[in-house]
Design a protein around this ligand. Structure first.
Ligand SMILES: CCCCCCC/C=C/C(=O)SCCNC(=O)CCNC(=O)[C@H](O)C(C)(C)COP(=O)(O)OP(=O)(O)OC[C@H]1O[C@@H](n2cnc3c(N)ncnc32)[C@H](O)[C@@H]1OP(=O)(O)O
Length: 724
């Protein structure tokens, strides 16, 4: 505790724990001591709580949740202590007030925020609920609908919205601390009863029961097996039914349940994994992006779907863009699409189009003039996946671009070294694999080649950061990490259809597991023709397939021609109105099980002598997920990725893996590696012609070593890529 000024009647309690003033045991102890001291000091007439370095607090120290209970300090009683103070307590909110930080502010009698501050109760995103009485105070302050929304989604809200909701009393544009001191002085001696949220009733709704029923249904639908949102709901519901103290008891019960759950552990693991992975390699970049290193980012594209998303993403990050197309017709189409995307993005932002300033040619210009490339700092090529075309472009780039320019290719599988070989500067060639839609998806897979320099890797990581994406650095192999792990997963899904399952059963099992979308719905959405083109290119199907090749075998391994057969019938998915499902029309989005497909599958099985059998959910999950995980172990052993956390961050941010399961490798660690190995052995014996079911040597090694915790896995490998 300190005084604002020597003779000031206002005591200041500053939360200090860089970088985000997380409420560690020490901070909480100091907060409690400060409060008691101020309370006992007769010369103190009011108290102000603020945070160091322009940030109120990011809430409880998340690392503390995995320490034994005896080492934790309960925050709820401290919030109560603040509220029961006989002297007015003012929260001066700058930067962020999140989780326990906002709960501290809710205990204060007055809340004043800087206009740029953000507030929220994001506990749900780490598998918890606001367990410091926040589920009971917030509905009393802003009403049940708004409180439920904030608590079950965990979203951050800006100060302007907080003011409208009544979450803060005042917002200021200038010095928050001085404004809070003025407020504290002004309210000295005023009655505190009406300012104590625990004493207020929860505002009544016209039909609380119906509202809660609907809200619960919505929460359950979105949660897909994720427990925290529903328990957050239950805690807020308790506020509508019980007096404050009983509501708090219920909140504590629910909080404890979540705290000990595997889901909370998984989400907290994912929180730190993402931050650790994003930090990798950054320090080697010569200077921060954008602006200094990158004066212009050049996108050479087809301004097709990927190029459009990438351009949008760069403009949103305020990086100047020059977008190039091969001819005016494509350029105009691309321009229209990018402008449309930017208009929509601008509508979601405060300040709209003006903030993004995308009508300004200095920010975004469209051209067909390749020579404009000579002065740009970074190029992102996003033409379609054709090695010959990419090599031609990179050869040209290498001649035109200035010596220091970084040359990035947006490929999802092609060999970076082969692309780099077309240039005279392979050390500056790197893969930047964006995910569609590129202005929405957070993952950026960054692929280094044999000659890629550490500076190039670090610069690509800077780019990811500037784009607010999660950059993950991986090695060069077919499909890199994400798609390479996806191949066996999709392969198993199709094999399951051959053996007796249906697309809707496979999708359901994986969506129940928590995936946003199952493999067949995903394939219909992405277009079956994409994979078909690639398989034709690899000689697995189409005219280059040698005559006499067995229908269900390639290179001595099992192969399913089912996706090829659908493509031959023009069933490309949503775009043609038919794929693994049927749709209301070409371009339709509602997938409906298709009787034609069911009878097609029966005939297929008959013609290949396959006996249809019932396949249960367990087998669907095990075969799809464990084959994907098995590939993950192979990737780690080959040094393509530097740690299991990297694979998990890729899967959560790029492939719709349910975050509450922590990513595939974390999931493997929770079910236990001996279990994964035993299942793979069983399925591999049943399907000896499927190499991807054969347990990886690394997995076997870890099991033989006694199933060590995930953090220790990499110590069982002697070789690591020098660049990772
Ligand atoms: C003690 C028992 C009390 C029981 C109370 C029960 C109820 C209360 C529960 C809670 O409060 S749970 C925590 C709720 N808060 C959050 O979920 C916020 C999480 N943090 C963020 O969203 C972001 O970090 C941020 C605050 C918006 C800042 O984002 P920015 O992109 O600027 O920086 P980051 O790289 O994300 O973070 C910087 C640095 O800080 C670490 N960190 C952030 N928040 C916490 C935290 N709450 N606890 C511990 N550490 C935190 C983060 O990990 C980064 O550090 P490194 O990992 O890079 O070392």
């Amino acid at each position: 505790m300190e005084r604002y000024a020597r003779s000031s009647a206002v005591a200041v309690i500053r939360l200090r724990n860089p970088p985000v003033n997380a409420l560690s045991v020490e901070v909480l102890q100091a907060l409690e001591d400060g409060l008691k001291k101020a309370e006992a000091d007769p010369s103190v007439k009011a108290i102000m709580i603020c945070g160091e370095n322009g940030k109120f607090s990011a809430g409880a120290d998340i690392r503390g949740f995995s320490t034994p209970k005896r080492h934790r300090v309960a925050l709820g009683p401290i919030v109560s202590l603040i509220e029961s103070s006989e002297k007015p307590v003012v929260a001066a909110i700058e930067g962020i007030a999140l989780g326990g930080g906002l709960e501290v502010a809710l205990g204060c009698h007055y809340r004043l925020a800087h206009v740029k501050a953000q507030m929220g109760l994001p506990e749900v995103t780490i598998g918890l609920l606001p367990g410091a009485e926040g589920t009971q105070r917030l509905p009393r302050l802003i009403g049940v609908p708004a409180a439920l929304d904030m608590i079950t989604t965990g979203k951050h809200i800006p100060a302007t919205e907080a003011l409208k909701l009544g979450l803060v009393d005042e917002i200021v544009e200038e010095n928050t601390i001085e404004a809070a001191i003025r407020l504290a002085n002004k309210v000295i001696g005023q009655p505190l009863g009406p300012r104590r949220l625990s004493l207020k009733p929860v505002p009544k709704l016209p039909n609380t029961d119906a509202f809660l029923r609907e809200a619960l249904a919505k929460v359950k639908k979105q949660a897909r097996g994720f427990l925290a949102p529903e328990l957050c709901f239950q805690a807020v519901k308790a506020a509508t039914e019980r007096p404050f103290a009983e509501g708090v008891r219920r909140e504590r019960e629910l909080f404890q349940r979540l705290l000990s759950s595997e889901q909370a552990r998984a989400l907290q693991y994912a929180f730190f994994a993402e931050r650790a992975v994003s930090r990798d390699h950054l320090s080697l970049a010569p200077s921060p992006l954008p602006g200094t290193l990158l004066s212009d980012v050049y996108i050479y594209t087809g301004l097709g779907t990927m190029g459009q998303g990438i351009a949008t993403s760069l403009v949103k990050a305020k990086i100047p863009v020059v977008a190039l197309e091969q001819d005016l017709e494509y350029l105009n189409k691309g321009r229209k699409a990018v402008m449309g995307l930017l208009e929509r993005e601008a509508m979601k932002m405060e300040g709209g189009a003006q903030t993004l300033d995308f009508h300004n040619p200095a920010r975004l210009q469209f051209t067909v003039d390749f020579d404009l490339l000579s002065d740009v700092d970074l190029v992102i090529e996003a033409v379609f996946e054709d090695m010959a075309l990419k090599k031609e472009i990179f050869h040209k780039l290498s001649k035109i671009c200035k010596p220091g320019a970084l040359l990035c290719t947006n490929t999802s599988a092609l060999n970076i070294d082969e692309i780099a070989s077309a240039t005279s500067r392979p050390q500056q060639v790197i893969g930047t694999h964006f995910f569609s839609p590129a202005h929405v998806m957070r993952l950026l897979e960054i692929i280094y080649g044999r000659h890629t320099s550490p500076t190039a890797i670090a610069t690509a990581m800077q780019l990811a950061k500037a784009l607010k994406k999660v950059g993950v650095v991986v090695g060069n192999c077919f499909g890199f990490v994400g798609n390479r792990m996806m191949f066996p997963y999709v392969e198993q899904a199709v094999f399951l259809l051959e053996e007796g399952s249906r697309p809707e059963a496979v999708d359901q099992a994986l969506e129940d597991f928590g995936f946003k979308i199952g493999p067949f719905r995903m394939s219909d959405l992405a277009g079956l023709d994409v994979g078909w083109r690639s398989r034709k290119g690899q000689g697995l199907t189409g005219p280059s397939l040698p005559a006499g090749t067995a229908a269900r075998q390639r290179h001595g391994q099992r192969y399913s021609p089912l996706p090829d057969l659908l493509c031959e019938r023009g069933r490309f998915g949503q775009k043609t109105g038919k794929g693994w499902y049927q749709y209301e029309k070409a371009g339709g989005r509602t997938a409906v099980p298709d009787p034609w497909l069911h009878s097609f599958l029966s005939q297929y099985r008959d013609s290949h002598g396959i006996k249809t059998r019932y396949i249960d959910q367990e087998e669907i999950l095990e075969r799809c997920l464990f084959s994907l995980i098995n590939e993950g172990f192979a990737i780690l052993a080959e040094g393509i990725a530097s740690a299991p956390e990297h694979l998990d961050v890729i899967y959560i941010n790029g492939y719709g893996w349910p975050k509450h399961r922590g990513g595939p490798m974390f999931y493997a660690s929770t079910v236990g590696l001996p279990h994964v190995l035993a299942k793979l052995q069983k399925y591999s014996e049943a399907h000896p012609d499927v190499p991807k079911l054969r347990p990886s040597a690394f997995l076997k090694k870890l099991v033989a070593a006694g199933n060590p915790p995930l953090k220790e896995w990499m110590s069982y490998l002697s070789r690591q890529s020098p660049k990772l």
